[in-house]
Design a protein around this ligand. Structure first.
Ligand code: NI
Length: 227
């Protein structure tokens, strides 16, 4: 009975010792890593790069006021880049940029049979104020709100509108976002985020003008680095 207890005791003691050594080494190494590696703090820059997908949530006015003469705007993906600066551990300012998105413009309503009638490119630079809920954690969700400017350019016409002019007016509007950074070690992290942008443009076509609300959801997935 005595031997059995003793054996168990030394077994536990051995296990304890085998845990104690790595633990002691880890504690000895702590001064080298004064803060958790995944902590973000005031003064940091966060750069995120990846793929953005613009999915219009559109509503077209009637071209030239003719009921049902409408257009629709297609989806597109492009490389997007965001730069955020942390004013405090929890509050950041973010600039969103991208390579140009190209969208097909098709007839809708009465004009649906026309199919594709043109295309446009746009750049949607956006500035947002951000709030990070868990800046010292490995998973760092945030939300943001700000202003979007969308510059439309490179409009082309084809099909039923071939040879005619197409112009989309630039747009100012509100934008909102929600996202999460997930620590990958070192200063790297993965990011998934979504923006909602209020983009309304005045479309000028050979069939008349109309206001087209594009109001897209923009999904983003990418890699980030903290400087
Ligand atoms: Ni809108």
């Amino acid at each position: 009975k005595g031997i059995c207890q003793n054996k168990n005791f030394s077994g536990v003691k051995y296990m304890k010792r085998s845990i104690q050594l790595p633990l002691a080494l880890a504690i000895a190494a702590l001064p080298c890593v004064s803060a958790p590696v995944f902590a973000q703090s005031a003064g940091d820059f966060l750069v995120r790069g990846g793929l953005g997908h613009v999915s219009p949530n559109e509503k077209s006015g009637d071209l030239g006021g003719v009921p049902g003469n409408q257009v629709s705007v297609g989806n597109d993906s492009s490389l997007a880049l965001t730069l955020a600066y942390l004013l405090s551990d929890n509050v950041g300012v973010e600039l969103v940029g991208a390579l140009p998105f190209k969208h097909d413009i098709s007839g809708a309503g009465n004009l649906a049979a026309a199919g594709k009638v043109g295309s446009t490119k746009h750049l949607p630079p956006t500035v947002l104020a951000q709030y990070y809920f868990n800046p010292k954690g490995a998973v760092r969700p945030y939300v943001g709100a700000g202003i979007n400017f969308t510059w439309f350019f490179g409009e082309k016409t084809t099909g039923a509108l071939a040879g005619t002019d197409l112009k989309l007016g630039n747009s100012w509007g509100l934008a909102g976002e929600a996202g999460v950074d997930i620590d990958l070690g070192g200063d790297w992290f993965a990011n998934a985020s979504v923006w909602y942008m209020d983009i309304d443009t005045k479309a000028r076509t050979a069939l008349g003008d109309a206001t087209v609300q594009i109001d897209p959801w923009v999904g983003f997935i990418g890699l980030g680095h903290r400087f």
